[in-house]
Design a binder for this molecule. Structure first.
Ligand code: SF4
Length: 198
């Protein structure tokens, strides 16, 4: 591409992510946090990828800006037919943006399922504990909710304990969990799976 084509492509991409063309010569410190995320999205998408890995893309933003960025990613995903891997700790955001969800603990997959199946009927004890802590926007439900607090020590990620990596905190742990690693078992025709003993 020549200089003029590159410039045109950049301006078009800026407009696509919601940035005004006049911002093209601004210095980095002149952008807000949300605008910086838009720039990052533009930089990732300008090469027209098929897959984008978004690692905690909204965790540093306030809630209203988070919603704008997540909605932007959703619309770009549809428009550009993108596959997104969205890595986050906020399970409400994950539920909103995802089709399928993989829950990981210390680098191991604990459960993988369609988002409705996972949020409505989690199979793994770690997923159940995580979901019990998600805020429900209904005071009546929230007051009666039982949050499952996980006790026990978190092993070092660089030196995880033997057996199931979750066994030091799992409320369902048995003696075998300390030395046997459960397989990731398929649970149904929808390619859902969980790391559980049979
Ligand atoms: S294998 Fe054992 S420790 Fe691990 S999740 Fe299952 S019951 Fe809990």
């Amino acid at each position: 591409m020549n200089r003029r084509e590159i410039d045109a492509r950049m301006r078009a991409m800026m407009a696509r992510v919601g940035l005004r063309e006049q911002m093209i010569n601004r210095y980095p410190h002149e952008f807000s946090g949300g605008q910086c995320q838009r720039i990052d999205i533009a930089r990732a998408l300008i090469v027209e990828p098929k897959l984008v890995i978004c690692d905690e893309p909204v965790s540093a933003l306030d809630v209203s800006i988070q919603a704008q960025i997540v909605n932007l990613l959703k619309s770009l995903q549809k428009e550009m037919k993108l596959a997104l891997i969205f890595i986050a700790h906020d399970l409400a955001v994950v539920r909103y943006i995802s089709d399928r969800v993989m829950v990981m603990y210390l680098g191991r997959v604990m459960e993988l399922a369609d988002k409705h199946a996972l949020y409505d009927a989690p199979r793994h004890p770690y997923t159940r504990a995580l979901l019990s802590a998600v805020l429900v926007p209904d005071p009546a439900i929230e007051r009666g909710k039982v949050v499952q607090i996980l006790s026990g020590d978190i092993p070092s990620p660089i030196d995880p304990s033997s057996g199931c990596v979750f066994h030091t905190r799992c409320p369902m742990a048995q003696a075998r969990c300390a030395h046997e690693v459960p397989a990731l078992r398929a649970l149904g025709p929808d390619s859902s799976a969980a790391r559980l003993f049979a």
